[in-house]
Write a protein that binds this ligand. Structure first.
Ligand SMILES: CC(C)(COP(=O)(O)OP(=O)(O)OC[C@H]1O[C@@H](n2cnc3c(N)ncnc32)[C@H](O)[C@@H]1OP(=O)(O)O)[C@@H](O)C(=O)NCCC(=O)NCCS
Length: 164
């Protein structure tokens, strides 16, 4: 059975393992690359989890990380869904649904009026998952992707009574 665990700074090794597994498994899905993150670097991993307005949840199967998702309040005050990953061993079992629901619940608890995300255009499984959860294109361009030619697709979901 896949269990979800909300992480604290003390869980930084678990978060590191999940993030490195995600970047190794699906490099095409993320703006960050494996080379951006040190394999050790306790301080940097802890700092990521301790950042104000930061939330993390990991999916565990037999004690090993098989999925993750993050929430982050960014500079303009928006709440963002980030770093969504479900490993091949756990796909197609609703784990992505549960991870998104956890981040959405965090955003609602934090008083957010909406949750947004950036996805690489062409990432069909991810876009299908987000659309199923009520995210729609924000109608303005997302951040530039490495290489500087394409931009992320920005999607947003309004959060209100009955949407959490
Ligand atoms: C996007 C992602 C989180 C979805 O995982 P998930 O929650 O298990 O997916 P779903 O439950 O929505 O799966 C629905 C169906 O699509 C299939 N599917 C899921 N991800 C798939 C993928 N990457 N490639 C092909 N098929 C996929 C599932 O097997 C399932 O098929 P089924 O209905 O026949 O069983 C996962 O594919 C993933 O982590 N991909 C790599 C990282 C990524 O793209 N992250 C998003 C960054 S914005």
């Amino acid at each position: 059975m896949v269990l979800l665990r909300e992480v604290t700074t003390a869980d930084w090794p678990l978060w590191r393992d999940a993030r490195l597994a995600a970047l190794a498994d699906s490099p095409e899905a993320f703006k960050a690359s494996l080379a951006d993150w040190p394999h050790g670097g306790e301080e940097r991993w802890r700092a990521r989890l301790a950042a104000p307005g930061s939330y993390g949840v990991v999916a565990l199967l037999d004690g090993r990380a098989v999925g993750m998702a993050a929430g982050l309040v960014v500079a303009d005050g928006a709440h963002e869904l980030r770093s969504v990953w479900v490993g091949p061993r756990a796909r197609g079992r609703g784990v992505g649904d549960r991870l998104i629901a956890a981040v959405e619940a965090w955003a609602v608890r934090s008083g957010a009026g909406s949750l947004r995300l950036g996805v690489i255009p062409g990432n069909t499984p991810a876009i299908a998952l987000y659309s199923r959860h009520g995210f729609t294109p924000a109608g303005r361009p997302g951040g530039l992707l490495p290489g500087g030619r394409t931009r992320e697709l920005l999607m947003v979901k309004a959060l209100g009574a009955g949407t959490a």
